[in-house]
Design a protein around this ligand. Sequence first.
Ligand code: GDP
Length: 458
Amino acid sequence: MRPDFDDTIAAIATPLGEAGLGVIRLSGPAALSIADQLFDGRRPLSTAASHTLHHGWISRAARRLDEAVAAVFRAPTSYTGEDVVEFSCHGSPAVLRELLGWCCESGARLARPGEFTQRAFVNGRMDLAQAEAVASVIGARSARSARAAADQLAGGLSARVGELRKKVIELLADIEANLDFADEDIPNLPKDRVAAAIGSLTDGINLLLSTGTRGRWLREGGSVVLAGRPNVGKSSLFNAFLAEERSIVTDVPGTTRDTIEERLSWDGYPIALVDTAGLRATVDPVEAIGTDRARRAAGSADVVVLVVDASQPLTDDDRAISRALNGQAVVVALNKSDRPAQVTPTDIVRIGLQRSVPVSAVTRAGLADLRSAVLSLFPSGPETGESGVVITNERHAEKLAESLSACESAIDALHAGRGEDAVAFDLRRAAGALAAVTGEDVGEAVLDSIFSRFCIGK
Ligand code: GDP
């Protein structure tokens, strides 16, 4: 345990701003005695049972600060594994800051970022993959990312990695037993059996690693750029998508309609939708608008929606823009489908683009189809990858890749006849890399770097 883990830490655990509630968290051996100095309830919190709530006043030296509820969690079954008190006050930054100051004056120190979770890890309340999942849950930008993070928090990834590691260790045990008894009358392990066992390991690791692309997509989302010549309906489509989202999710007060990028959740995936029409005022000549802007915006986009006005025949500008998008993932929105169509999907194929969806920004017909067409183009899109556990964390992906390459060198060593101890050496490396995912054998510097990325109060 780190030397400074035997003191008591305090932090504001909720965002600072006017809110219904604001929470101050205390954790450590003196949590209950510090809380007693600051809380005026029916009885001292230090006499309270674990997992109980107490109503009272935050007050000190006859000064009442706020009416609050104190939650008491005793070691070892609290979040951190230590004694924990959480004060739920009113969500006033002034009150929370003052109470935090009182906690520190009464013997607590300010918690470092992620220190509550770091203590939970050090005290064995969760493994490292789960602790990292806490940060992923907090940072999740869409329903699906939150679900993937929750699966990891519940231990899904740890269990999968644990199974793989168990297989490596069993194989190692067989090989090492063989080495130990090399002089005795135990037959050599059949090479085929070892090769098959390592092969099944690499398949398992590969399968898990292959979820990483989807994981990155879940974590970071994708960008979708609406491109096209003026007046085809880019802004109208942009607004139609926003209006649709807001009617389902939540209205964001004060968001102006001329914003050119909005974060949306499409089918539970985080999407940054960019409307290049928002740049109109800064651009002059017509042909420059089409090609230059489309090319620039498209260059940074995961998927481009090329909007055309399908109520008119395609123009040279439409063709120029579509050529400029060469090599990009493109879906053509055949907009204004509420009017008689002058452009068909075949016309689009003729200009070299494969996918088109009729849509009307005005009636909103076809919006869902356009969304699905866009989602299907994302790298290793939503549907692929193993269902269930998804790798969303770069460190986990690195460790899995490390264990994979160790297994591959074990196979090489086996086939090259370099002897069982060479194979065992590589398998030990594979086991070590897998163990690092869940936090066994991880150095303090790595831990500090992981937890320093958390927010304060977590
Ligand atoms: P932008 O320049 O590409 O952003 O195009 P706008 O969104 O400003 O739309 C240009 C014109 O087309 C406006 O008058 C819109 O009302 C109209 N418009 C946009 N979408 C549709 C549609 O789906 N159907 C019809 N009938 N008109 C549309």
